[in-house]
Write a protein that binds this ligand. Structure first.
Ligand SMILES: *[C@@H]1O[C@H](CO)[C@@H](O)[C@H](O)[C@H]1NC(C)=O
Ligand SMILES: *[C@@H]1O[C@H](CO)[C@@H](O)[C@H](O)[C@H]1NC(C)=O
Length: 400
């Protein structure tokens, strides 16, 4: 384990993007690890995890889905609080915003740092820590700035924006854009997280009229190396390591591939995959590393080829995915991250959830009609993932 370095890296965020932050560059080596606490209330529900991913990424199903799934995906939500498992955040990190400690979902698939706030109706804040800008002497409003995150199922969050001091582990950014929720949908109310800290690229930040930079974009130059790494072992607490990688958490060498950030994601080529030792090509697909999605979502051919090697597996339209007899062991899946490097996910980690009657829901499911595979937490349950802004590039190595 790396220790937390008690050095403050002070960075002054620029108000504008893409102009570089006018950094108060204090040149200490900064590297630290923060806990990614496994949410003890997280309930694995495959259908709910599918719905969240399909809504967040505007995916179009190619197979018959449960009626409730389709109506949720296309209907406006009524804003009432749902008691059902929401398919929310599985890991949370402590973040201090203007002196208030919040537990946020570190999401490499979005680029907004938004928090529950006193501007929301009290009923939406129940059970959450929230940020009150008037309690913070360092808050400054970004006059006229708004933000809006809308998912395809009309869930989402929106509000106003300002700047404040934000601390994650050993790094503090002064003047970080903080997005205050005025309203969030029921799925966020019932979720454990008090907001999100988006770690995708700033070009998909939703603040308007002036787009804002992510926390990582502001902090990266003050880190020992401009990177962070996700360590998310299955059903356990993990960590995010900033500024350096932690060799005690993985085996072998980290294998890097170049990232195309033009769509705002940690996106790379992923031309092949293996089921057991059989290798297949998947032309026309890129992959993104998304810690804010739970499942591994790939093209239908890949999903069909995988479950073809599981004799009890069948597509279940009532669940919206492949299910199989839990007593059958699943084959290893390997995915090429870039052209040459295969990341491996053992079959045991592809058994996502028990659904009853001896049946289990698979952790690999269809990405629908899209051409962008989504490699979510199931990928990180097996692999340490490195998000490196130099390049940029994405690296991985099997968990220790
Ligand atoms: C799983 O989630 C779906 C979609 O939100 C929901 O309809 C279903 O009731 C949930 N299943 C369980 C066992 O809670
Ligand atoms: C699952 O497989 C086991 C072992 O072959 C069998 O005993 C059991 O009946 C099967 N369960 C279902 C739901 O098919």
């Amino acid at each position: 384990m790396l220790s937390i370095i008690a050095v403050l890296a002070v960075v002054v965020a620029a108000q504008a993007t893409p102009a570089p932050a006018s950094a108060l560059d204090i040149d200490f080596d900064v590297e630290f690890s923060i806990p990614a606490v496994h949410n003890p209330d997280y309930v694995r529900n495959g259908t709910a995890a599918m719905l969240k991913a399909y809504a967040k990424h505007y995916l179009t199903p190619t197979r018959e889905m449960p009626e409730a799934f389709m109506s949720a995906l296309h209907k406006r939500q009524d804003g009432s609080v749902s008691a059902e498992p929401s398919g929310g955040a599985e890991y949370l990190i402590p973040v201090t915003v203007g002196g208030e400690q919040l537990n946020l979902d570190l999401d490499t698939g979005s680029a907004d740092l938004w928090v529950f706030s006193s501007l929301q109706p009290a009923s939406q804040r129940r059970g959450h820590a929230y940020y009150t800008s008037s309690d913070s002497s360092t808050y400054q409003a970004l006059s006229g700035s708004t933000w809006n995150i809308q998912y395809a199922d009309r869930s989402g969050a929106s509000g106003v924006a300002g700047t404040d001091t934000v601390t994650v582990g050993g790094t503090t950014v002064l003047g970080q854009c903080v997005e205050l929720a005025k309203t969030v949908s029921s799925s966020f109310v019932s979720d454990a997280s008090d907001g999100l800290i988006g770690m995708a690229f700033s070009n998909i930040n939703t603040v308007r009229p002036q787009q804002q930079r992510t926390f990582f974009d502001n902090a990266k130059d003050s880190l020992d190396s401009p990177l962070f790494a996700a360590y998310l072992p299955a059903n356990e607490d993990g960590s995010y390591d900033f500024g350096s990688t932690d060799p005690s958490k993985y085996t072998g060498n980290i294998q890097y591939t170049s990232v195309d950030s033009s769509n705002g994601f940690w996106e790379y080529s992923t031309p092949h995959y293996k089921v057991g030792s059989t290798i297949y090509s998947q032309s026309g697909y890129t992959g993104i590393s998304d810690t804010g999605t739970t499942l591994l979502l790939m093209g239908d051919n890949a999903v069909d080829n995988y479950y073809a090697q599981v004799s009890s597996a069948e597509y279940d339209s009532r669940q919206g995915g492949y299910v199989f007899n839990c007593s059958e062991s699943l084959p290893t899946l390997s995915i090429s991250i870039g052209y040459l490097n295969f990341a491996t996910i053992p079959g045991s980690l592809l058994n996502f959830a028990y659904i009853g009657n001896g049946q289990c829901f698979g952790g690999l499911q269809s990405v629908g009609a899209g051409g962008q595979n989504i490699y979510g937490d199931v990928f990180f349950n097996a692999n340490y993932g490195v998000f490196d802004a130099s390049g940029p590039s994405f690296g991985f190595a099997p968990l220790n």
